[in-house]
Ligand binder design. Structure first.
Ligand SMILES: *[C@@H]1O[C@H](CO)[C@@H](O)[C@H](O)[C@H]1NC(C)=O
Ligand SMILES: *[C@@H]1O[C@H](CO)[C@@H](O)[C@H](O)[C@H]1NC(C)=O
Ligand SMILES: *[C@@H]1O[C@H](CO)[C@@H](O)[C@H](O)[C@H]1NC(C)=O
Length: 387
């Protein structure tokens, strides 16, 4: 019994530490995965394979094409960068694809006013089968990332057990903190536990992680966007209150600029992710993106709303029989963002709604309480507005 108490105390002491001051607003940047996956074939496809060339070219675009100045500062590596471990057990990048090493890439990003994010997996292997961070390697790998001057770590959860995750994620948070380098911590932990209490303890997550993936990976399709949206809305009573400055729900990357969404669907994802206070990680080829898609992603009103200093996640407040969903997000200075989201598949629809119905009875924005369940159907048009 005494031993049990001591162990419990030790666990609690280890856990009460993350207020690293980072990500007071949802992070914005570029993440390789959705668009470039695990393409490691640099012989056949040198321009698009996961390599330092790809990240340097995206860094150049972020810096030169207006992205960085709008807030898209993270340049994030995902899976498939690891070459192995050296004799001392230190992680090494693939020597052929990252010949100058990760520290070089971090310096390059920093020289352009960007930040570098890296990826590992709390388990024996990463999801694509590269060496993972087992419990005995947590401290060593955190130190390696800090030495390389990395600014964010996404820690995935493939090939790990429930018990290993329960120990490993808090341990990594403590190890990152102990390096003394501010490193934002993105945890895939809840996605591996079904995303909901009691298996997921969101107050613990908010203590140790700056953002977390709650649910499935996004794929390049509208169906995938809707399935993620539906899950977030169905569980908004749980998820909405746990987000805030320094700790965000992450519905995964923006698909805008890729192959699966129409123009209106791309606008819709931007508006929905904005009202949900989601991280804005693009995952598209910034070298070839169309002007239309640039306009969506560089919409300064969207970015301003997404980055609102109060950091309150929006909610769906109305679900109409006409297949119009209304989302609302309270903002600073008594402002409020509304998204009118059409799930209709017939034609543009004239929707009427009074401010009274949306409970704008006081001059300040009220936080309405509704929680109906979402049903899935197809397509979109939308008019994001704010007042
Ligand atoms: C480590 O944690 C302490 C206590 O929460 C905090 O004040 C400090 O800023 C953190 N340091 C880093 C590098 O995250
Ligand atoms: C969740 O974690 C917090 C520590 O952040 C702890 O105080 C609380 O008891 C935990 N809740 C449950 C239900 O385990
Ligand atoms: C407006 O407030 C009423 C009463 O509190 C509530 O039942 C209703 O769901 C709210 N409507 C919206 C759109 O928030």
């Amino acid at each position: 019994m005494l031993l049990k108490t001591v162990l419990l105390l030790a666990l609690v002491a280890q856990v009460l530490m993350l207020e690293n001051g980072l990500l007071r607003k949802p992070p914005m940047g570029w993440l390789a995965w959705e668009r470039f996956r695990c393409n490691i074939d640099c012989d056949e496809d040198p321009k698009n394979c996961i390599s330092e060339r790809l990240f340097m070219e995206m860094a150049d675009r972020l810096a030169q094409d207006g992205w960085r100045d709008l807030g898209y500062v993270y340049l994030n590596i995902d899976d498939c960068w690891i070459g192995g471990r050296d004799a001392k057990g230190n992680l090494m990048p693939d020597p052929k694809r990252f010949p100058h090493g990760i520290a070089f890439l971090a310096d390059y990003a920093h020289s352009l006013g960007l930040k570098l994010g890296i990826y590992e997996d709390l388990g024996s292997f990463t999801c694509m089968g590269y060496p993972g961070t087992t419990l005995d390697k947590v401290v060593q790998d955190a130190q390696t990332f800090a030495e390389w001057k990395v600014d964010m770590l996404k820690l995935d959860g493939c090939f790990s057990t429930h018990k290993e995750r329960a120990e490993g994620y808090p341990k990594m948070a403590a190890a990152l903190n102990a390096t003394g380098r501010p490193i934002a911590f993105s945890c895939s932990w809840p996605a591996y536990e079904g995303g909901l209490p009691p298996r997921v303890n969101y107050s613990l997550l908010a203590d140790i992680c700056n953002l977390w993936r709650n649910y499935d990976d996004i794929q390049d399709s509208w169906w995938s966007v809707l399935s993620i949206l539906d899950w977030f809305v169905a569980h908004q009573d749980i998820l909405q209150p746990v987000a805030g400055p320094g700790h965000w729900n992450d519905p995964d990357m923006l698909l805008i600029g890729n192959f699966g969404l129409s123009f209106e669907q791309a606008q819709s994802q931007m508006a929905l992710w904005t009202v949900l206070a989601a991280p804005l990680f693009m995952s598209t080829d910034l070298r070839t993106i169309s002007a239309q898609n640039v306009d969506i992603l560089q919409n300064t009103l969207m970015i301003k709303i997404n980055q609102d200093p109060l950091g309150i996640q929006g909610r769906r407040v109305l679900k109409e029989k006409s297949f119009i969903d209304v989302f609302m997000r309270p903002l600073a200075n008594e402002a409020c963002a509304l998204v009118f989201f059409s799930r209709r598949t017939d034609m543009p629809y004239r929707y009427h709604c009074s401010l009274g119905r949306l409970n704008f009875t006081a001059p300040e924005c009220m936080r309405p309480r509704t929680s109906t369940r979402a049903t899935s159907s197809v397509a979109s048009t939308l008019q994001p507005t704010s007042r």
